[in-house]
Design a protein around this ligand. Structure first.
Ligand SMILES: [Fe+2]
Length: 243
């Protein structure tokens, strides 16, 4: 990718459009990358390690399944309402992904039950299958963030897009929401993290906000946490996150 200074100057000069994919796709990329690396180094002779890593694979693919269902229900519906047929290619990907998710899920569960001699080959097969799934999803998310965003931006105002996004988020059960934040907040930039948490703090009850900070904090480095605490105006000392 070549840096286009003129394009960057144009982008910097205008207010960025509402991008409902950006944060959740960063979360998905992080969750996928972490899980793939964990599977690559799993100890198949250690039942606890195998259960932890295959459990993470199941959690990941379940999260991916919910994510694509949210996109189908809210984003594709919005695209089809104003650009009929425009979400067809990506909807087709979603059908393939649902099948792959079911296969990865059962392979991860079956792996735990295998006798020791069969586990190394099964684990490596699952690792390669997950790598292909991750690769396909990386390309898929890029199409959504470019082609789908271009469509959404040409057919909807930012106010309308925020309303669609808010309705989507409101439909997500609390546990899934927390898992999303666990992968979203640590893996975005400090500026994005502070912006999102400032927005959450304005709406969520104080205990819920403190619980979110507690989930996120273990995954931040010392400097990242200090920047965030400073930005939020809270004490950076452990145990005082509710500030
Ligand atoms: Fe998608």
């Amino acid at each position: 990718m070549k840096i286009d200074l003129q394009e960057l100057q144009q982008l910097a000069a205008v207010q960025p459009r509402e991008d409902m994919y950006a944060a959740i796709h960063k979360a998905l990329r992080a969750f996928m990358a972490d899980t793939l690396l964990a599977l690559g180094r799993v100890d198949v002779d250690d039942d606890a390690d195998l259960a932890r890593v295959t459990g993470q694979v199941v959690d990941l693919v379940d999260f991916c399944l919910s994510h694509l269902q949210h996109e189908n229900a809210f984003v594709h519906t919005a695209i089809e309402a104003r650009a009929p047929g425009a979400s067809a290619a990506i909807a087709h990907d979603h059908i393939d992904h649902e099948r792959e998710i079911a296969e990865l899920r059962s392979a991860a569960q079956d792996l735990r039950q295998l006798e020791a001699a069969l586990r190394p080959a099964a684990a490596h097969g699952l690792y390669r299958a997950l790598a292909v799934f991750v690769a396909e999803n990386m390309l898929h998310m890029n199409v959504e963030e470019t082609a789908h965003n271009a469509l959404l931006w040409s057919r909807y105002t930012d106010v309308e897009l925020r309303a669609i996004h808010d309705a989507l988020v409101a439909s997500i059960p609390p546990q899934e929401l927390m898992l999303g934040l666990r992968w979203m907040l640590p893996f975005m930039t400090p500026r994005e993290r502070l912006g999102m948490l400032t927005g959450i703090r304005a709406q969520a009850p104080a205990p819920a906000f403190a619980a979110i900070l507690d989930v996120v904090r273990p995954h931040l480095g010392e400097r990242e946490w200090a920047k965030l605490a400073r930005g939020l105006g809270i004490d950076a000392v452990p145990g005082l996150t509710a500030g």
